[in-house]
Write a protein that binds this ligand. Structure first.
Ligand SMILES: C[S@@+](CC[C@H](N)C(=O)[O-])C[C@H]1O[C@@H](n2cnc3c(N)ncnc32)[C@H](O)[C@@H]1O
Length: 254
C-alpha cells in the first residue's frame, strides 16, 4: 500500500465503536472492537478524473441501505464480497478470471479504490462494484443475510502488538457476521502472511459453530468459486522476506 498511515484519535484508529448502539442494533449481535487506520492519500489527477466521472457508476459509500445485487450488477449471479481490497490487484485479476461471478470490493482507503476503479475501466470488468467504508459496517448494514457465495479477506492488517489485538478484523464477532451473510455452502477464504495472526485466525474461525473448516489444499475443488490469487505487490514483499502464507477456508453449514 502506498501512503503513510495517518491517524485519527489518540490511539491512531477510527471506527469500530459500538457506542450509541441501542439494544436492537445489529452491532449488538456482532459485537466488535475492530478498528482500522485512517490513511489519508491523494489520488493522481487521472485517478481524480476517473473518480469524478465513474465512481457513481461503480462505487458507493457505506450506508444503511441494503444492496440489491441484481439491480447493482444488472444480472443474477453468485456474489462474493472482498473486505480490505487494498489497491485491488487481486480483486481485478480474480474478477477477470471469473466473469460469471459478481464481486463487491470493500475498502476504506480511497486511493486504493481509485486504483481498482482504473483497472475496472481499462479491463472493462463489468462484474466489479466497490463500497468505500468499514467492512464490518458494510456487512452488517448493506449485505442481506444468507446472500453471499463467498467472502474474501486477504492479508488483513495484523495489529501485531498484543494490546492492539482487539482491533483485528477477524474477531469472533466478525466470523459470526460473515457466516450470517454467507448462504449455506458459501465459503470464507482468508490469507495472511503473519504467523501470529494466523495462529489467532484458525481457532477463532473454528470456534464459530455455523462454520466448518475446509482443508485449504485438498478441499479447493469443493469451493463454488476460484481460490487462485495473483501474488500482489504486498504479498510479493512478504515472500521475498520468506514469510509463510497461511490460507484458511470455512464453509457455512447448511
Ligand atoms: C494489508 S492491506 C492488504 C490489501 C490487499 N487485500 C492485498 O492483499 O494486497 C489491508 C487492507 O485492509 C484495509 N482495511 C483494514 N480494515 C478494514 C476494514 N475494517 N474495512 C475495510 N477495509 C479495511 C486497509 O485499508 C488495507 O488496504
Amino acid at each position: 500500500m502506498t501512503g503513510e498511515p495517518d491517524v485519527t484519535g489518540d490511539d491512531g484508529t477510527t471506527a469500530g465503536r459500538d457506542d450509541g448502539a441501542t439494544p436492537d442494533d445489529s452491532s449488538r449481535l456482532f459485537p466488535r472492537v475492530t478498528a482500522y487506520r485512517f490513511r489519508r492519500g491523494t489520488m493522481r489527477p487521472g485517478q481524480q478524473r476517473n473518480w469524478d466521472e465513474h465512481w457513481p457508476t461503480y462505487g458507493q459509500n457505506v450506508s444503511d441501505e441494503t444492496v440489491d445485487p441484481e439491480a447493482l450488477f444488472g444480472r443474477k449471479a453468485p456474489l462474493v464480497v472482498e473486505i480490505g481490497s487494498g489497491t485491488g490487484t487481486s480483486t481485478a485479476a480474480m474478477a477477470a478470471a471469473e466473469p460469471e461471478l459478481d464481486v463487491i470490493a470493500v475498502e476504506v482507503y480511497q486511493p486504493g479504490l481509485a486504483q481498482l476503479l482504473g483497472m475496472v475501466l481499462r479491463e472493462e470488468l463489468n462484474n466489479v462494484r466497490m463500497i468505500r467504508g468499514d467492512g464490518v459496517d458494510v456487512l452488517t448494514n448493506m449485505i442481506a443475510p444468507d446472500s453471499l457465495t463467498g467472502v474474501r479477506v486477504f492479508f488483513p492488517d495484523p495489529w501485531p502488538k498484543a494490546r492492539h489485538h482487539k482491533r483485528r478484523l477477524l474477531q469472533s464477532g466478525t466470523f459470526a457476521l460473515i457466516s450470517s451473510r454467507l448462504k449455506p455452502g458459501g465459503v470464507l477464504h482468508v490469507a495472511t502472511d503473519h504467523v501470529d495472526y494466523a495462529e489467532w485466525i484458525g481457532p477463532t474461525g473454528d470456534a464459530e459453530p455455523s462454520l466448518e473448516r475446509l482443508d485449504a489444499t485438498t478441499d479447493r475443488g469443493h469451493v463454488p468459486f476460484s481460490l487462485d490469487r495473483p501474488v500482489t505487490k504486498f504479498e510479493g514483499k512478504g515472500l521475498q522476506e520468506e514469510r509463510v502464507i497461511n490460507e484458511f477456508l470455512w464453509r457455512r453449514r447448511g
